[in-house]
Design a protein around this ligand. Structure first.
Ligand code: GDD
Length: 337
């Protein structure tokens, strides 16, 4: 990627990470043309439950393009309209919890969507670098002796979401080997920050705390499995890793993106609670428990650091505080007359 006249296409533009990534791209490539693919018609309808993006972008910095990633014909038009040098393929059904409810749809979007993209790239004869966003969940039920997980660890996906991401990953490799598509496979572990949906654990806890701080709801915090351990990275460092992979990732290769530290959900909750003065009762909500729980995920990121020079820049505590402050702001704005 050069700093001049680059065209960058980010899929999943209505999602959590894409606006953060677009802001990082705009800072790094001020003269780039930025496109955000959204499956909603533009302008999209207001969604009261969707949190605001949590990131400031200059108006008009990103041109939104509408299209479903499962629509191959539309993909070919989008490629002609945007002529991307780089595609960050973020679009997905991203909730593990939700994936149990409609496994077929998850596979169609998460793996089928990539196939449609790859076929369109091949048929159009274009050659963008494609950063294919998978997941640390692909490793699933990794064994204790396999920690920290390297990219060569056997995938043991434990839910429909993870299976769909393994399938996408395999297709990304296959299209690289068979047709020379310039794919780099990113495997981000858990990430969080402003703008994330409260379907995910840190956003859920932060939103509940911010709402309880107003005094309008009883101080009862609903939780799922607190013993699970996850490797959390602030979204700002995830976006820097995606950029690093676009610039310096080796074609065909897979890369873990994570902090390298596993933390229990309980310890994350206690850190968040140390940032508020209210006293809460913690209550397990059976609806938040999953049919299969992955006990521990902790990544080895040696390959990412070695090939790209990427390093994390934000501490977990700092990012948790920023996330809680973000939800305080959202709750206040929504409460305002
Ligand atoms: N969502 C949620 N809500 N999770 C809870 C809760 C709760 O109230 N209480 C405990 N948990 C536990 C979950 O059981 C899980 O072990 C952990 O917190 C994290 O859950 P999520 O935040 O929903 O994320 P995830 O780990 O299932 O998946 C996320 O990380 C993947 C990478 O590792 C998602 O962001 C995926 O899209 C991503 O690929």
């Amino acid at each position: 990627m050069t700093r001049e006249s680059t065209s960058i296409l980010i899929t999943g533009y209505t999602g959590f990470v894409a606006p953060h990534l677009a802001a990082a791209c705009a800072r790094r490539y001020p003269r780039a043309r930025l496109f955000g693919l959204t499956h909603h018609a533009v302008p999209r309808p207001a969604a009261p439950e969707r949190p605001p993006a949590g990131v400031a972008l200059m108006p008009g910095a990103v041109t939104e393009v509408a299209g479903a990633i499962t629509d191959g014909a539309r993909w070919r038009e989008v490629l002609r309209e945007t002529r991307p040098d780089v595609i960050f393929h973020l679009a997905a059904v991203s909730s593990v919890a939700a994936s149990w409810r409609d496994p077929a749809h998850v596979l169609e979007v998460n793996a089928g969507g990539f196939i449609q993209l790859a076929e369109a790239v091949r048929l159009e004869g274009v050659a963008p670098r494609i950063v294919v966003v998978g997941s640390g969940e692909q490793y699933g039920l990794a064994r204790p002796e396999e920690m920290p997980i390297t990219e060569d660890t056997l995938p043991r996906p434990a839910n429909p979401y993870a299976v769909s991401k393994v399938a996408q990953d395999l297709y990304a490799f296959q299209y690289y080997r068979a047709y020379g598509l310039d794919t780099v496979r990113a495997r981000p572990f858990n990430h969080f920050g402003p703008g994330q949906s409260a379907d995910f654990v840190i956003a859920s806890f932060a939103r509940q705390i911010a709402t309880m701080e107003t005094g309008e709801v009883p101080p009862v915090l609903l939780v799922g499995n607190l013993s699970a351990q996850r490797d959390f990275l602030p979204v700002a460092d995830v976006t820097l890793a995606y950029l690093a992979l676009a610039e310096r990732g080796v074609a065909g290769e897979a890369y873990n993106i994570a902090s390298g530290v596993a933390r229990s959900i309980e310890s994350i909750l206690h850190t968040l609670l140390s940032l508020t003065s209210i006293q809460v009762e913690i209550r397990v909500d059976p609806a938040r428990l999953r049919p299969v729980e992955v006990p521990v995920l902790r990544a080895d990121t040696t390959r990412l650091q070695r090939d790209t020079g990427w390093q994390p820049t934000v501490s977990l505590e700092e990012a948790l505080r920023a996330t809680l402050d973000y939800w305080r702001h959202v709750v206040q704005v929504r409460a305002a007359p």
